[in-house]
Design a protein around this ligand. Structure first.
Ligand SMILES: Nc1ncnc2c1ncn2[C@@H]1O[C@H](COP(=O)(O)OP(=O)(O)OP(=O)(O)O)[C@@H](O)[C@H]1O
Ligand SMILES: [Mg+2]
Length: 300
């Protein structure tokens, strides 16, 4: 678990951020950044480096390992501090509040801005990136890919996808992005997995499938549809968690769309068997990709 660094921000000095971003720069070239190279990467003199290293180590924003040389790298806490610093300098964020969701792949906090928003820190790369990493040889430092790098890639991808979907598709409005962090509108409603739907179940299923259709129209397949990635409101649904989305031109887009449909329909069939008609999931996926989906009732 990664600690919330928001409470540390007030103690950190300008020079500490120079040091952290020096370590960040060095990590583009090697997993552990040689202490000897830090004055240049950080733009600080060697005595200042000693002082800042100690401060940042004590706060667990960096970690140290002695290999052939004395090396340092950022922890996720250090990376969070850098992102938070940038987002607050840009006035995107005024303060960090309570956790909204803490998981394996991300930590999400409520943040204060001109109105409440959500800050999502990505914690690791999506599966594809992990596969890229596995296929590589890590003996060569040049090919080294750090966790913070894969997390940044996942955040960039999610942010770009949200930007391309909003507002045609009901997704959280993307507000800003830095490194592995995304700031977006805070969603209203309750997670589908915890929503009590009673009578209106099919209406909600139709609303989800129509959002999948709207996303398809914009050129995207979500590819991780589940009851945990949908918020339900009295007047509609919001689909979130998009880092793994693929473009409709992707070679597996058809299969992934069918899986999304089958996850959504399957959930309603399990939870609301009496109300949810049996449908051919392939026919639903086809209707979605042809821009002809209206309701599961028409396809049962
Ligand atoms: N914009 C938002 N507004 C309000 N809550 C949000 C927002 N985005 C995410 N959350 C909350 O944070 C949780 C995790 O977000 P998300 O599904 O995007 O990440 P994840 O990568 O799936 O993380 P996990 O590993 O926890 O599943 C969500 O289930 C939701 O409760
Ligand atoms: Mg999720």
């Amino acid at each position: 678990m990664v600690d919330n660094v928001a409470g540390l921000m007030g103690e950190l000095e300008g020079g500490d951020f120079y040091l952290l971003s020096g370590v960040e720069q060095g990590m583009r070239f090697s997993e552990w950044v040689d202490r000897g190279k830090l004055p240049e990467f950080a733009g600080l003199d060697p005595e200042d480096i000693d002082y800042r290293l100690e401060r940042c180590l004590k706060r667990e924003l960096i970690e140290k390992k002695t290999i052939q040389y004395e090396g340092y790298r950022l922890t996720f806490e250090g990376y969070d501090a850098l992102a938070l610093h940038t987002l607050s300098e840009r006035d995107t964020i005024d303060a960090v509040g309570a956790p909204l969701g803490v998981g394996k792949e991300s930590d999400v906090y409520e943040v204060r801005s001109y109105k409440p928003m959500a800050l999502k820190y990505h914690r690791e790369g999506i599966t594809n990136f992990r596969e890229v990493r596995r296929g590589r040889s890590y003996t060569s430092d040049r090919e080294h890919v750090s966790d913070v790098y894969t997390a940044r890639k996942a955040a960039e991808r999610e942010y770009e996808t949200l930007r391309s979907l909003y507002p045609e598709v009901s997704v959280p409005r993307p507000v800003d992005h830095n490194r592995h962090a995304i700031v977006m509108e805070k969603m209203e409603g309750v997670e589908l997995s915890r929503a009590e739907l009673q009578d209106g179940a099919v209406t909600v299923l139709d609303a989800i499938l129509r959002e999948l259709a709207a996303a398809h129209d914009e050129g995207w397949v979500h590819a991780d549809m589940s009851e945990y990635n949908v918020f339900v409101r009295p007047d509609g649904v919001t689909l979130f968690d998009w880092p793994q989305a693929v473009e409709t031109g992707h070679e597996n887009a058809g299969e992934l769309l069918e899986r999304d449909v089958s996850n959504a329909v399957g959930y309603f069939r399990r939870k609301h068997p009496d109300e949810t008609p049996e449908v051919d999931e392939r026919a639903v996926a086809e209707a979605i990709s042809e821009g002809a989906f209206a309701s599961v009732r028409e396809l049962s």
